[in-house]
Design a protein around this ligand. Structure first.
Ligand SMILES: Nc1ncnc2c1ncn2[C@@H]1O[C@H](COP(=O)(O)OP(=O)(O)OP(=O)(O)O)[C@@H](O)[C@H]1O
Ligand SMILES: [Mg+2]
Length: 263
């Protein structure tokens, strides 16, 4: 049985194709202004990678903020349920997932069957999201993908006092002018963001087996900062963390195609 999941997020669109218990292909693109356009483009790309056509897909589920605007899918599921399901499929012992995407951060607690017990999210402001890091990368004139490595060289991380993204941007410009080391500034930004996300997760009580999903999990510096802020072990996702929502959607698609028996 071949099924698909697509996750239409605020900054990126992701798709996963599964054939029985195997992931045939996954793909990530930058989001387009229209969710439908993002969904079609990412699905075309993932179908091409998998070497199959749309007619071969038995069931397709959409997730992400744009999920209700995608017309060609068979169903939709919340991002929270999908990140939880995808992460636990890859790492069965996981009981808590922290997803940091482009426009929000979520903490999700799961039972042993991948069902969501409790969750919390912050979508009130950009601080604590991937977009915050993108803005700061622009202000510091560094590549987003380099921020993690650079921050790991920090010897004396700065303390970022402003929580607002606009004020934080001004603050880091003064820190650059004061001659502070780039690695110390980026490490300070990661710590400030990690502190906010850790508070969100602690608000629903930490589980012992925690992993991180979403595009921000690709940032090694942010991963380490979050581990420190949580004060407990954080396990590295054993697959591409950015496609966990799309994988969860594919697993829900498989479940639906099976007549809603457990996937
Ligand atoms: N290679 C990378 N290195 C570092 N950070 C990355 C990398 N790729 C993506 N990111 C981060 O991931 C963020 C996007 O994450 P993701 O794709 O999970 O967002 P999204 O699902 O579109 O957003 P949301 O779930 O909030 O709607 C970017 O803002 C960026 O900070
Ligand atoms: Mg997302």
């Amino acid at each position: 049985m071949i099924v698909a999941g697509c996750d239409i997020g605020s900054l990126s669109a992701k798709a996963v194709i599964m054939s029985n218990d195997d992931i045939l292909a996954s793909h990530v693109i930058f989001a387009k202004p229209e969710p439908e356009e993002s969904a079609r483009e990412v699905m075309d790309a993932v179908l091409k990678k998998a070497g199959i056509s749309a007619d071969d897909i038995e069931y397709c589920v959409a997730t992400g903020y744009g999920r209700n605007h995608v017309t060609f899918v068979d169903g939709s599921e919340s991002e929270i349920a999908c990140h939880g399901k995808g992460a636990q499929w890859v790492m069965p012992d996981v009981r808590m997932v922290i997803d940091i995407g482009g426009q929000d951060a979520k903490a999700i607690r799961l039972d042993e069957n991948g069902n969501v017990i409790r969750y919390a999210y912050n979508d009130k402001c950009a601080t604590g999201t991937g977009r915050f890091l993108e803005i700061m990368a622009g202000a510091l004139d560094v590549e987003l993908e380099e921020m993690g490595e650079i921050s790991l060289q920090a010897k004396n991380p700065v303390n970022i006092s402003n929580q607002c993204v606009v004020f934080a941007e001004t603050e880091i410009i003064s820190l650059i002018n004061d001659g502070r080391d780039l690695s110390d500034i980026i490490s300070g930004l990661h710590r400030s963001m990690a502190h906010r996300v850790a508070s969100l997760a602690k608000g629903i009580e930490l589980e012992t087996n925690i992993t991180m999903t979403g595009g921000v999990a690709k940032n090694k510096g942010m991963f380490e900062a979050l581990k420190d802020a949580l004060g407990v072990e954080l396990r590295k996702m054993e697959a591409d963390p950015q496609v966990m929502g799309a994988l969860g959607a594919a697993l829900f698609a498989r479940q639906a195609a099976n007549g809603n028996k457990k996937a």
